[in-house]
Design a protein around this ligand. Structure first.
Ligand code: NAD
Ligand code: TYD
Length: 366
């Protein structure tokens, strides 16, 4: 992990949207632990949200934690509430992570994705423009609006090639189409209104606190309860996995050192088929929590996701060369850390599943 304390000056005011989610939570915990910045967490609190991880960091920090962390329950689809939140936070930096993020849910119910990812980003951009225009020259120069996006906006790769900053957009799912729209809006606000933005497009993240509907936590929870582990289609779709703390490093570098108007692709150089990912988890479980039969016996091929992108892979040369970012975790050790975290936090998984009403059922395929 990089030392982020030097990246942020004293008393920097940072607004993180979507901070009650998986990646936003990791960003906020890092900012609270490793910097002096004042952090505002704007989140509407959805099924995927949880504040437990942040609250325990705030508690450990004592008085400095309660002084430096502020939660704003706001839905970005509400333009007035968004403007008020920006007035309250008065940020020097906005890290925009709030979004509906699960492809399978976007297949079942796309409208929420348009409201949060497109309208929400539009409202935030408008509020950010107003706010930025009201700042002193010195603060205006230092201000950044960092939009956090996904590699899924680039569509699907064949066997060869990797996505880079110049790759044409070709989104295929309702999720990726709304993220692509939000990227275009952010870019337009830079070119048209001069808003100093940075956009990052990252590959699949994994790590602690990920809501158990995404592949890795689904596999862990199904396996340890001896239920079938669902692999979509032939299990040969490829993702480029990145440990969430490495993503946080990249985000904080891009937000503070990135050039205004620049886009950076972020990826772990860890291409794996879904079957490989599932088999790694199964074999780790065979060692840690052995059953009479190997866990891989639980793997079950299920009907494919409609429009399932075949392969994602990222060429991260620009952020590596320009901002000296490089991942610190290797895939095998990070997946083991993640597995152990889930095994030690099964109560948290049960709690968030119960509260959200999500019981591990198949999504995105009626
Ligand atoms: P998540 O689903 O865990 O969390 C998203 C958070 O955003 C939730 O707490 C939710 O309540 C909040 N939110 C959603 N709509 C909102 C709205 N209208 N107003 C206020 N808050 C709202 O998502 P995540 O996995 O942490 O992803 C965060 C961001 O990173 C997303 O923008 C996603 O597109 C992007 N991203 C994710 C990955 C990944 O692998 N998870 C990879 C690349 C990029
Ligand atoms: P997911 O974690 O939903 O991320 P994304 O679709 O954004 O890449 O899924 C990762 C891959 O795993 C994707 O190819 C779909 C597949 N998958 C399964 O095979 N089984 C599952 O139960 C889930 C949730 C995903």
């Amino acid at each position: 992990m990089i030392d982020v304390s030097y990246l942020l000056g004293e008393d920097r005011r940072i607004l993180v949207t979507g901070g009650a989610g998986f990646i936003g939570g990791a960003v906020i915990r890092r900012l609270l632990k490793d910097t002096d910045s004042i952090v505002f967490n704007l989140d509407k609190i959805s099924y995927a949200s949880d504040l437990y991880g942040i609250k325990s960091v705030v508690k450990d920090l004592g008085e400095s934690g309660t002084k430096r962390y502020h939660f704003l329950q706001v839905d970005l689809a509400d333009s007035e509430a968004t403007i008020n939140a920006l007035n309250q936070a008065d940020p020097d930096l906005i890290l925009h992570l709030a979004a509906e993020s699960h492809v399978d849910r976007s297949i079942d119910a796309p409208e929420a994705f348009l409201n949060s990812n497109i309208i929400g980003t539009f409202n935030l951009l408008q509020a950010a423009r107003l706010h930025w225009g009201s700042l002193s020259m010195k603060r205006q120069e230092a201000f950044r609006f960092h939009h956090i996006s996904t590699d899924e906006v680039f569509g699907s790769l064949g066997d060869q090639g990797r996505f880079c900053e110049k790759t044409a957009y070709d989104p295929r799912s309702p999720y990726s189409a709304t993220k692509a729209s939000s990227d275009h809006l952010v870019s337009a606000w830079h070119h048209t209104y001069g808003l100093p933005v940075v956009i990052t497009n990252c590959s699949n993240n994994f790590g602690p606190w990920q809501f158990p509907e995404k592949l890795i936590p689904v596999v862990i929870l199904k396996a340890i309860s001896c239920q079938p582990i669902p692999l979509y289609g032939d299990g040969l779709n490829i993702r480029d996995w990145l440990y969430v703390e490495d993503h946080v490093d990249a985000l904080l570098l891009a937000a503070t050192k990135g050039n205004p108007g620049e886009k950076y692709c972020i990826g772990g150089n860890n291409e794996r088929t879904n079957r490989q990912v599932v088999e790694v988890i199964c074999s780790l479980l065979d060692d840690i929590k052995p059953l009479p039969k190997p866990y891989s016996n639980l793997i079950k091929l299920v009907p494919d996701r409609p429009g399932h992108d075949q392969r994602y892979a990222i060429n991260a040369d620009l952020i590596s060369n320009q901002l000296a970012w490089t991942p610190s975790y290797n895939f095998e050790s990070a997946i083991k850390l993640t597995l152990i975290w889930y095994l030690e936090n099964l109560d948290w998984c049960k709690k968030v599943q119960y509260r959200s009403g999500y019981k591990g059922q198949r999504l995105g395929h009626s």
